[in-house]
Ligand binder design. Structure first.
Ligand code: SAH
Length: 242
């Protein structure tokens, strides 16, 4: 039964991110340090004075809506990818995207805070957020309160290990050309994203099967080999940066 207390929340911002689809986004922030995004404040919050003092902090907490969830339902027990899809945990013991209130929480490194015409932006590094994600709130990360050195991390105490990534000769040339033409680095982003092994657990024993992941305006084609991942080629998409 839904609670009789309900609250209306509306976004204060929106994310512009290199991640153009859910597949490939790392499972937490900070894992793919090369991922760049920016948070744009939306009216009436698009004023620099709402951020006065924030540039003295290095990291922020971002609360956001999992707006791209395909279903609205949630289950009391879910299968965290971390446990290979083999074991169920209580939804509130996980960071699952399908939860009674589809609200996400990420701690993210900040870059520049700036205004472009009437638009106000915060540059972000290492975010785990899909392009277009609505942001509910921003709060500064407080090291004295938020950094708990003796904290226990349950079934996800440490980072998953990463995998070796190799570029085919074709992919290497295509990426180098992309970097020169667009003055934008892409090779290390691709490497870090694929090194996380983004495959769902039910596909994790499949070798040589082709996958595609969209980053910025490219589609990265890659597959798992027996002891590494191979980037096969990249293709331009018509994605327009919003
Ligand atoms: N750090 C957050 C997110 C963890 S889940 C938290 O703990 O709440 C991470 C997954 O969220 C990613 O793999 C990505 O696929 C998914 N995701 C990111 N932005 C999303 C969005 N706007 N809608 C739905 N899913 C999203």
């Amino acid at each position: 039964m839904p609670s009789s207390h309900s609250y209306t929340l509306s976004p204060i911002g929106i994310i512009h991110s290199c991640y153009k689809e859910k597949f490939g986004i790392p499972r937490q922030p900070g894992l793919v340090t090369e991922a760049t995004a920016r948070l744009e404040l939306i009216a009436p919050y698009n004023r620099l004075d709402t951020l006065d003092g924030l540039s003295d902090f290095s990291h922020i907490w971002i609360q956001f809506i999992f707006h791209a969830n395909q279903r609205e339902d949630w289950k009391a027990k879910v299968r965290p990818p971390r446990l290979g899809g083999q074991k169920k945990m209580g939804v509130f013991a996980t960071r699952a995207t399908h939860r009674p209130n589809p609200i996400g929480l990420s701690v993210v490194k900040m870059g520049r805070i700036y205004k472009e015409d009437a638009r106000v932006f915060i540059d972000l590094h290492g975010a785990d957020l899909l392009d277009g994600t609505p942001v509910l709130d921003i709060k500064p990360y407080l090291p004295y309160a938020d950094n708990i050195s003796e904290a226990k991390g349950g079934f996800a105490h440490t980072k998953s290990s990463t995998h070796k990534v190799q570029f085919s000769a074709t992919a290497k040339l295509q990426c180098e050309r992309y970097e020169t033409e667009n003055k934008k680095s892409i090779i290390s982003l691709i490497e870090q994203v694929i090194a996380q092994d983004p495959r769902p657990s039910y596909l994790s024993d499949q070798i040589d099967r082709e996958h595609g992941i969209r980053l910025w305006d490219i589609n990265v084609k890659w597959c798992a080999r027996s002891d590494h991942f191979e980037i096969l080629e990249i293709e331009h998409t018509t994605e327009i940066e919003i």
